[in-house]
Write a new protein. Structure first.
Length: 60
């Protein structure tokens, strides 16, 4: 049935997510920010700006 997820659906979804996250988190690159704990769009943009500034310093 389509609709709002029930408590059991959310519980099962979270359980599966935690198992998969512990298995695959180690295979992600450090610079990967998509859908990861402690990573978000703000941190990704901040890191991109730092990388850009660092690159400009190294250009003659």
């Amino acid at each position: 049935m389509l609709g709002v997820p029930t408590v059991v659906d959310r519980w099962l979804q979270q359980a599966v997510s935690q198992v998969l996250m512990t298995k695959y988190e180690l295979t992600f690159e450090e610079h990967s920010y998509g859908f990861r704990p402690e990573k978000n769009i703000h941190k990704a943009v901040t890191q991109a700006l730092k990388n850009r500034a660092k690159r400009k310093e190294n250009v003659p």
